[in-house]
Design a protein around this ligand. Structure first.
Ligand SMILES: Cc1ncc(COP(=O)(O)O)c(C=O)c1O
Length: 344
């Protein structure tokens, strides 16, 4: 199966497994796992933050960040297609107990003016706006990369209004690659940043939350409370350090293959492809999406179906290019989609 259904489909390579098995270990809960400490310090430096906190998943990192920035009765502004809205099991209502206001703007991106328009007046009728979530790249937005001017504009506005900004950077590596900028440039002005290792970097798990010294104790306590504090986690973080050393450079190739896939799809009659800026290719066809997915799967290719994140009536198909996808996989996927669409 050529798995384009998600960029989480990658399997750890033999070399990554070796890095895991050879990692130096200790008790992470006591701060004694040297591999995890090394990862946290390295990611903090890469993103320009004082501290890093290793977490088993990006979902847990997002939830801890939101609980740092918002509480009961508060409101978090996010794009309505955001991961924190659709795919975290309603976690925000459990961890921070704040409500989320979903912005409805093109491609998952928004401006300071959009945020300003969504901020509530200081009035006992309204919730208090305390946090904005920027998802970069925006998955629901078609893998859109936040332009630097827009990002700086939102960061600056929120700083002036004392509103925290959390960056869901599950694909921040992709955004930085697309803009040819160091990742820290996309974080300057954010309050917290989550980066994930199980997507573009090809690890089986793992995320790091970058944060300030001041917010670290509370975040560490929340990690404990949510059961995210591990013991000899170097077996996990060894893979993540390996990925930083070896897999970052592969992202540019993923983006080139995504462009090739998009061009091939656009050439198939009836297929409409959204603009491609990173490793995600969103498209739609005139046929019911579920039937097309099955027909393509019969031809050995898995695609994803994204429903309802942007509009209830619009079915979008998603193809994710990742570390385990080569040029001939793209060619085979194009043949499978063309065949499936031309079958009676
Ligand atoms: C934008 C975004 N944020 C967060 C996550 C959560 O990642 P995890 O599976 O590590 O919890 C994902 C997963 O696909 C994602 O796409």
């Amino acid at each position: 199966m050529i798995d384009l259904g998600s960029d989480t489909a990658t399997r750890p390579s033999a070399a990554m497994k070796r890095a895991m098995s050879e990692a130096l270990l200790g008790d992470e809960q006591r701060g004694e796992d040297p591999t995890t400490t090394a990862l946290e310090e390295r990611v903090a430096a890469l993103l320009g933050f004082e501290r890093g906190l290793f977490l088993p998943s990006a979902t847990m990192a997002n939830q801890i960040a939101l609980a740092l920035h918002a509480g009961a009765g508060d409101e978090i502004i996010a794009h309505r297609s955001a991961h924190v809205v659709h795919y975290e099991g309603g976690g925000t209502s459990m961890t921070s107990r704040a409500q989320v206001y979903g912005l409805d703007t093109p491609r998952g991106l928004f401006s300071a003016a959009d945020v300003e328009a969504a901020i509530r007046a200081a009035d006992p009728h309204h919730p208090r706006t305390t946090c904005v979530v920027v998802e970069n790249t925006s998955n629901g937005g078609g893998g859109a990369v936040w332009p630097l001017t827009l990002l700086d504009d939102v960061f600056g506005f929120c700083r002036d209004k004392s509103i925290a900004v959390h960056v869901d950077g599950a694909r921040l590596w992709n955004a930085a690659t697309a803009l040819s900028l160091p990742p820290r440039r996309l974080c300057a002005g954010a309050t917290t940043v989550q980066v994930c290792f199980s997507k573009g970097l090809g690890c089986p798990f793992g995320a790091v939350l970058a944060l300030s010294d001041a917010s670290w104790p509370r975040a560490r306590r929340l990690k404990q409370a949510l059961g995210g504090a591990l013991r000899q986690s170097g077996v996990c973080t060894g893979a993540m350090l390996y990925a930083l050393d070896h897999n970052l450079e592969g992202i540019a190739k993923d983006h080139a293959r995504a462009q090739k896939l998009a061009a091939g799809l656009a050439a198939i009659p009836g297929v409409s492809v959204e603009p491609v800026e990173s490793n995600l290719v969103f498209f739609s066809t005139g046929k019911p999406a579920a039937a097309l997915l099955s027909a393509v799967a019969l031809r050995g290719v898995r695609l994803g179906l994204v429903a309802r994140t942007v509009s209830p009536e619009r079915e979008r198909l998603r193809a994710c290019v990742h570390l385990d996808i080569q040029d001939d996989d793209v060619d085979a996927a194009l043949i499978a989609v063309r065949d499936a669409l031309s079958a009676p």
